[in-house]
Structures are given as C-alpha cells and as structure tokens.
Design a protein around this ligand. Structure first.
Ligand SMILES: *[C@@H]1O[C@H](CO)[C@@H](O)[C@H](O)[C@H]1NC(C)=O
Ligand SMILES: *[C@@H]1O[C@H](CO)[C@@H](O)[C@H](O)[C@H]1NC(C)=O
Ligand SMILES: [Zn+2]
Length: 986
C-alpha cells in the first residue's frame, strides 16, 4: 500500500461507502489537475502506472451493446460495469488513479447514476483520482475524418465534462492510443484546444525502431506550417507497449498473467520474482526514454469490468517494489495519470526533438500497411460527410430561425441527435470502415435518425424565415435520380440553402417525368434548364427504387448563409429529349475548360485551361488490384484495415469503354460504361471552371474468387518526380514522396500499399507550369506510383479477414445483398501552381459544405423567397466553420482563415471582419473568445512550454497581434477563432 492515504483508507472502511462524500474532508487535495499529482522521487527511476480502459465507441458491437454489455457472445465487454467497478475501487484508496477517455460512454453512464454516486464521482474528479483524458465524445479516427467534424465531436465531449464537473475535469492530455496512423492536423487541433501533450500507441514499426534507437520516442510536434509557433506545437509521446501493460503484468480478469502471490505460507509465493522482473523491464524501458520517468499503460480494450484484480495486484506491486528501496533499489513505482507523467517530463526541463511531418502510413510489419481503411466502406464515408454538411445547415438555421426552430409548425426538431450521431461516427472504428457490418449499419441508422430530427428543425426554421408553412421534403436519393415529389408534380418549389458565408452556384439534377420545364428564381427571372434522359448506369443503380425517366438540369445560386427559392413548372410531357449519341467527341468545352477525348478508345486524353492557355495530356481509367490472400513472404491478407495487393500491377477493366455523349446549353456529358459494374460520367457544366467525374462502381463481382480494390488513375504529362500532395483532415497540405519518409531511411517493402496516404478533401500533383488538383467528396486512399500519375482507391470488396480483430471480410452487401454499389465525384481543376489554392480551397469547401435542397408542392407562396443570414458576404478567405446555438441567449461562432500562409497571393493575408454587424437576424451584444474546443476562455488558456533540441529551429515565442478594436476580429492564415456570442433576436 502506498504510504499516502493509508490512514484515511481505514477511516473510509469504517464508515463504509454509503457514508458519501462528506466523510472525506481530510482527503481533500489542494487542487485538481496538475496539483493533484502524486509525489515522485527525483533520485530514482519513477514508473508511472496508468490504469486505463480502451472503450471503442462501436467496433465488433454497437456503442450501446458495448455500454450495456449486450451481445457478449461477440465480445465480452460492458462499459457500464467498468465505470461501476472502477468508481467503487477508487474509493478504497486515495492513491489509486484511473483515467477515462470516451465521453460518449461516460455520458450514458452518468445519466443513470443516483445523486449519491454522482457526488462521489465529483469528488474523485476534484481530487484528480478520476481524470478525464482526451475527453471528446470518442477517440476519433485520424485518417478519414474531416477537421470540422472532429472539432464538433471534441466540443460535444468537452462541453459535457465542463458542465458536469467544471474546470477540474478539463482534460490536459490528448490520448489517441489506438488510431492507425496520426494526422498532423489532429495535433494542430489538439494544440489549439489547449492540450499540453498527446500520447499514442501506433506508429510504423521502422519509425518506432529508429526512434527507440535515437531516444526520440517523445518529441515536440510542430503541426502547422502557417500558425505562429508555438500555437500548433504539441508535445507528443509514443507509449512503450502500444497501450497494453508490459508482458506478464496484465491483471485484468480477462488476462491470464500470474497474480502477485504474496503469502509465504501458501504455495507459489512469487513476490521476489515479480519484483525482479518488474525492475528489470523498467530499466529496459527507461533506456529508450530521456528522463527518469517512464509510463506504463495498465489496461487494454474494455478492461476493468472487474477492477478488483487490477487494483489488488497493482497495490501489491507498488508496495513490494518500493519496499526494495530500503535495500538500495532505485525504482519508485506509483499510481499516476498521463498528465502527471507529462508534468514530470516538463519539469525535467530538457530539450526535445522536433517533428513536422505526420505519422502516415502506419505499418506494423513489412507487408502489413494499414492503408486499406482510407477507403473501406466508401458509402458510409460519404454519408458521414453529407451528414456533416447537413448538421452545419441545421446548426445555422437553429440560430438564424431563433427559438421557434426547435418547436415550430412541423413539431419538435433538434440538432443534438445529429450532433451525437456525428460524434459517434468519428470514432476510429466508425468512419474508418473497420467495424463489423452490423455496427456500420448502426452508425448509418444513428445518422439517419439524427438527420430526421434536423429535417424537422430545418423545416421549422425555413418556414419562419420564408413565411411559408407548406411542408417540405428533403430528397435524399437525388444521386440515383429518385424523388417522388419532383417526379410527380406539375409545379414545385426548390429551396436551396447555402451554409457558406459567400454566395455559391451549384448545379442540380432533379428526377422528372416531363420533358419541358419552366424554371424561375425568386426574382421571377427564367433560368436556363435542360431535360436529359436518366442514364442506363443510374437506372441500373437505383433498380426498383424509382422510375423517373429524365433529369432536369440547371444551375442554382444561393446567397451567403441563406437561401433562394426556385419555381419549377411542367410545360410539356413530350417529345422525349434526344438520347445521347454514340461515341466520344474529340472534345467538349465551355468558356473556361476544354476536355479532349481519344475518339478511338473513348477515354479522356487532355485538359486545357482556356483562361491561362495551359494544356496537359491526361488519360484516366479504372483498374483493380487483386487482393492478397497471403503468400510465401507473408500470410497477410487484404482486409478492412490492411491494403495488400498480390501484384503491383493493377488489372485494367476495359481499355475501350462503351461511350455516349450528350451536349446541350447547360451540361455536356460523356458517359462511359467500362463494365456492368464500372461506369463514369465526364461532365462539364456551362458555368464551371472544373471538370466533374462522376464514378459508379459496384456491385464488385467476386464470383471469380478474387477480392478487388478498385482505383481510378489519372496519368498526366505533369513531371511530378515522385512528389504529390495530400490534405490533412481536409485542411493543411502535406508533401508526399514515393518510397520516402522525411524522418527515417525507409526500406520500402510494399511498393503500392506502402505509398498510399489518406485524403479527406483534396490532392494534387504539379510541376513548374501545371497543377492538377483533385477534389473529392469523401475520404479515400491515394497514391502516385509513377511519374505524372495519381491513383485514388474508390471502392473495395474483399473475401478475407485481415487478422486485426474485426473478424469479417470487407464485403458490404448493399441494399440488394449482391454487393454494395457506390457513386461519387471527383472534381479536376488545372491551374498554374501559383494560383491553385484560389481554386481548390473554395471548391473543396463547396464539396464539404454543400447546399441543402428541400422541395415543396405547388407555386410560390412565401413572403420571403430569398434570404441571407449575413448582412453581407464575408471575405473569400473567411469561412464560418461553426454557427451553433450554445444556450438560450448565446451562440458559438468559429471563424476560420481557410488559406495557408503562402499558398495564395490573393488570400494568404490577415483579414479582419466585424462581429457586431455580421448577422441579419441577430444582434450581437457580447463576445468572449474561447479555446478551439470551447471548454476554456481564451484568456485562461496557458499551455506548457517545451524546449527544442539546439539543432532545431528556435521557437519564436511571438504573440499574435491583437485585434484592432474589440469585435473587429483579425484572422491570420489557417487560424480558427472560437467565440461565444451573446445575442438578441432583431
Ligand atoms: C414516370 O414515368 C414512368 C415511366 O413511364 C412511370 O412508370 C412512373 O410512374 C412515372 N412517375 C410518376 C410519378 O408519374
Ligand atoms: C464551464 O462550465 C461552467 C458551469 O459548470 C460554466 O459556468 C463555465 O462558463 C463553463 N466554461 C466554459 C469555458 O464554457
Ligand atoms: Zn480502439
């Protein structure tokens, strides 16, 4: 038993647990946070035991099955019992510590506790005995998440902790022990959320070996090239054993390591042996770390359901190891937490190496690259992204429409359900695609329920803002040309809500049965429109879900953070529009772009930017890698996590697709059918500066016994010399180089899979003259295997599990149980490299925060067919990342500078906006700035400072310049600022 508190323990045992909180006054620590850290011994090796559990917010079971402990036939795990048991064990000894991470679970548990338990837990938190680390709703995936959704999910969790326990519960440490690779943008966000440090478990095995040798397991990660250091600097530590205890020291009831058998009267007394082993592994571990403090993670997946064996054995371990000090041992072991360990590293006041790139891709061995999940479950990845966009619309309209948005003409709506569903979906086995099929279905269901709640809210808000109470429908299957309202109506209205702070144009395809329509905007101005036949590919894709024969295509515009209303009236039912013509044209073009085709093959052959007179050769086709089922080199198969092709040469699906072409005043389409399961529309809208590639893949045939990983590849005349560029969580750009890692000499063992990286929103390749940017609609894996080439993995269907625990082959059934079909879009833009950001930043943003379309029967009947929530558009560099109701009279606002420091001549400068007159329906009466996670006032945010190795660039501890006058807010490149506004409705 640790010396501290043993007296009080006796007191406690006498009184019993029912005595409650007030029986502890003598135990009150001077404070929580770092102040509550246990004493250590400066002259010894201090071993920080961190009792913890890793609770996946869904993986093999759904989040609620994990919470209750249901379906224990799949995996024995019940989080409610973990918290019950830990809280009871913590009370037995004030020296004991526990950390809790996933607020999604803690929130479920807390809701169900009696006041008495709540009081006990509050005291444990206030004394630092129960410490929250990370504290987001979940531990997000880092490869396939978009920063907007990550910030939202962190905000949700951190807000719950603050509101429940106050500042004592504010996590000081970010903790991503399980995600499969680590994104630089995540580190940047954590730094801006005020975390002092970050710990994780998984990194490339070669990287780890190198770092162990160099004693560089702990470092300072400089996570932004744009933000002034140390704004995005984050102390980062790699845990020694992943997140498991050292071998032989797992004392969970699910483990079978030998307990401490310390009664000399009994058989198998083993204290000396256990103590010796522990001291030996402590010294071994200390060899690869820099200070006289080391950390050991005492726990693992869903452990501590019965916390007794863990604590009982650790109590003894601590007692017997420390008892050796009397005989000269220099090892001091203690219950601790990540923040207490971090504090000791900080107090050591030594210098640390600097890290500026990221931790992708992650390989745990030579043929085991975790690069498949960048693409796994492409439909879930897209649905999550769509829901993020809809959640932003829902949040904004809740604010702009005022309190009646939640209780309006269409009943009760809310944004909370979708917020929670989105937060759960960010988990590292959710949007990552590495969960079992039934769990993936559960995530999608939660998103659908959340969206339904938001639809009511949005309907209410739009009714209030537009003055029309006619019911609205949200046609969610427009991508497969299904919308009963537009198909069956002689007249209907389309409301286009734009969540961006600048006006946007967007092209819509509405399923219809008539052949001639009249479209007018809210000013009664006619809008050029065309009716085209629904393609065969779309008919094959939707099967029996709809029967519209045609699509009505036109361009819509919507004001900043506002809407426009279009009236669509049927004029004729015949004649049918001309079917597409067979064959590919030599070229299609508009004012901005010329797209050439090889008329023999029907494939793309080149791209010209007519404004800049740049031309590149560009071919594009679809291929599949044959998924490895293991070979002599390694038994590793391709699966939900791992990408391992059995050959580096992908198989061409068709070098000469069937092609038809359709051209009119609104859109030109070259429709390519590569096989019954791969098709594409190469689409150029009249007003568009980019080319649209709409791909459709599936059901992927697997009767031949081969798992298939489908890519599309762009082969260009651009001289890339092995370099290409990917975004990090949709934000800053990282340079990638084939067969290369910036921080160690790579031994490349998987020439394809080892060169894959995640993209969330964009990628590009460039040379001196030309940059080809690809903007995508969901997270995917990407690589550049040869000069001038970019390949994007769009879909995968596999027949084997990959032995990382999910226990299922990734073979999604789809709605018809014959394999999932997926449709998506890639936007291509050709520009000079110097102005590329001016194109890809807004384009990427339009793809992520896309307009919400809603439909009403009949003619215009609203008093306000056009509306903007802003008094005027914000400058092009400024993005409203968050506008969300916080409580009754306050609103959370995040403003973001969306350009990097030197990527745009036009926009990479500081920009100032005024908060006071920003909104048309709200008066801002008070402003307070917060940390990025909105759980701390900006002025209270003080982070630990770290010294860098002398060889590293000096940290310029420069303060950013203040705002010119209060409420005039200056944003520097890549800066996000978070404000709580007190508002009054005008
Ligand atoms: C549209 O046309 C198809 C084919 O004629 C028909 O089956 C379907 O019922 C029509 N839909 C509506 C809503 O009129
Ligand atoms: C934290 O929660 C408390 C209530 O528990 C509240 O008074 C305080 O304003 C919150 N802090 C922040 C930064 O929101
Ligand atoms: Zn996990």
């Amino acid at each position: 038993m640790a010396a501290r508190g043993s007296v009080s323990l006796a007191v406690f045992l006498l009184l019993g647990p029912a005595a409650g909180v007030w029986c502890f006054p003598s135990l009150r620590e001077p404070g929580c946070g770092y102040k509550s850290c246990p004493a250590t011994k400066p002259s010894m090796l201090n071993v920080h035991l961190v009792p913890h559990t890793h609770d996946d917010v869904g993986w093999l079971k759904t989040v609620d099955q994990y919470y209750y402990g249901g379906r224990n036939d799949i995996q024995h795990a019940g989080v409610q019992y973990i918290l019950d048991s830990v809280v009871s064990e913590l009370q037995k000894d004030p020296a004991r510590r526990f950390i809790y991470v996933e607020t999604a679970f803690f929130y479920r548990w807390w809701k169900n506790q009696e006041q008495e338990t709540r009081n006990i837990v509050t005291q444990l938190v206030e004394q630092g005995r129960l410490e929250f680390v990370n504290g987001g709703w979940c531990m997000s995936d880092e490869a396939s998440t978009h920063y907007s959704a990550v910030i939202d999910q962190m905000t949700l969790g951190l807000r719950f902790l603050n509101e429940t326990f106050g500042d004592c519960a504010r996590p000081r440490v970010a903790w991503h022990i399980d995600p499969f690779g680590h994104a630089r943008e995540h580190a940047s966000m954590f730094a801006q959320m005020g975390y002092d440090g970050f710990f994780f478990g998984r990194l490339d095995y070669q990287d780890k070996a190198h770092r162990m040798q160099m004693k560089e397991m702990e470092m300072v990660w400089r996570a932004s090239e744009s933000l002034e250091a140390p704004t995005a600097d984050l102390f980062t530590g790699i845990l020694p054993n992943g997140y498991n205890p050292p071998a032989g020291f797992c004392w969970d009831q699910s483990c079978s390591d030998t307990p401490v058998q310390d009664d000399p009267d009994l058989e198998d007394y083993n204290v000396d042996q256990i103590v010796d082993t522990f001291i030996r592994i402590s010294y071994t571990q200390a060899e690869i770390y820099k200070t006289n403090h080391i950390i050991m993670t005492m726990g693992s997946d869903f452990q501590y359901e019965n916390a007794v064996p863990w604590y009982k054995n650790m109590d003894k371990l601590i007692r017997y190891v420390n008892a050796k000090q009397a005989g000269g041992s220099k090892v001091h072991v203690l219950y601790s937490t990540p923040s207490c360990y971090l504090q000791e590293l900080n107090l050591a006041n030594i210098s640390w190496p600097l890290k500026t790139d990221d931790f992708f891709p992650y390989a745990d061995n030579a043929h085991n690259f975790w690069t498949g999940y960048f693409t796994s479950r492409p439909a879930l990845k897209r649905y999550e992204r769509l829901c993020n966009s809809f959640l932003q619309t829902c949040n904004q309209l809740e604010v702009l429409g005022g309190p009646k948005s939640t209780h309006g003409p269409f009943g009760q709506g809310d944004s909370d359900t979708l917020k929670r569903a989105m937060a759960v979906a960010q988990h590292h086995d959710a949007v990552s695609g590495t969960e079992k099929q039934h769990v993936a279905d559960d995530y999608a269901k939660r998103l659908a329920i959340g969206s339904a709640h938001c639809q009511v809210l949005v309907s209410n808000s739009l009714a209030l803002l537009s003055g029309s109470n006619v019911p609205r429908v949200f046609c969610e299957n427009l991508n497969i040309s299904v919308c009963p309202l537009t198909e069956g109506s002689k007249q209907f209205l389309l409301n286009v809500y734009n969540p961006l702070a600048r006006p946007v144009r967007w092209s819509v395809h509405l399923p219809v049965n008539g052949t001639v329509y009249n479209v007018t905007d809210s000013d009664d101005t006619p809008v050029d429109n065309q009716v085209i036949p629904v393609s065969k590919a779309t008919q094959d894709l939707r099967r029996d879900r709809g029967s519209a024969q045609f699509e009505l295509v036109f361009q819509v515009q919507a004001p900043p953070m506002g809407f426009n209303t279009y009236t669509i009236t049927l004029v004729h039912n015949s004649p049918a529009p001309a079917p597409p013509k067979p064959g590919a044209p030599p070229s299609i073009q508009n004012k901005y772009l010329k797209v050439t085709f090889d008329t023999l093959t029907g494939l793309l052959s080149g791209l010209t930017n007519l404004e800049t007179q740049q031309t590149i050769k560009l071919t594009q086709n679809f291929y599949w890698y044959n998924a490895s089922v293991g070979n002599l080199e390694s038994s590793q198969t391709s699966g939900a996590y791992i990408f391992r092709p059995n050959s580096s040469t992908p198989i061409t699906i068709n070098t000469k697709p069937e092609v038809t072409t359709l051209q009119n005043s609104v859109v030109q389409e070259v429709r390519q059918q590569f096989s019954p399961w791969v098709s594409q529309v190469v689409r150029l809208y009249a007003e568009s500066k980019h080319l649209d590639l709409e791909w459709t893949v599936g059901p992927i045939p697997v009767r031949d016994g081969f798992g298939k990983e489908v890519i599309t590849r762009l082969d260009s005349s651009i001289k890339t010399e092995g370099y290409f560029y990917t975004d990090s969580n949709g934000r800053e750009i990282l340079q990638r180089r084939k067969d290369y890692r910036p921080t160690w000499d790579l031994n490349q063992t998987e020439p394809v899979a080892g060169n894959y990286y995640p993209i969330n929103s964009r990628s590009f390749m460039k040379d001196e003259q030309n940059q080809l940017t690809v903007v995508t609609d969901r997270s995917q894996g990407i690589s550049s295997i040869s000069n001038g080439s970019l390949e994007i993995m769009v879909h995968r269907r596999l027949l084997r599990d990959d032995y990382r625990g999910v226990g299922e082959p990734l073979s999604e059934p789809g709605d018809y149980y014959d394999g999932l079909s997926v449709r998506g879009r890639l936007l291509l833009a050709l520009t000079p490299p110097s102005t590329a950001a001016d194109t890809h930043r807004p384009l990427g943003q339009e793809m992520v925060f896309q307009p919400t379309l809603s439909f009403q029967q009949g003619a215009i009947h609203s008093t306000t067919p056009q509306f903007s929530g802003l008094t005027s558009a914000l400058p092009p560099a400024v993005h409203v990342l968050t506008l969300s109701q916080w409580d009754q009279d306050s609103v959370l606002l995040r403003l973001e500078h969306q350009y990097e420091r030197s990527e745009s001549h036009a926009h990479s400068q500081p920009v100032t906006v005024s908060l006071q007159k920003m909104f048309s329906t709200l008066e801002v009466v008070g402003v307070s700035e917060m940390s990025l996670g909105a759980n701390q006032w900006k002025e209270d945010m003080k982070r630990m400072k770290w010294k860098l190795n002398k060889s590293e660039p000096v940290t310029p501890l420069r303060e950013r310049e203040g705002d010119p006058v209060p409420w005039e807010i200056t944003l520097n490149p890549m800066e996000i600022r978070t404000f709580l506004l007190r508002v009054r409705y005008k």
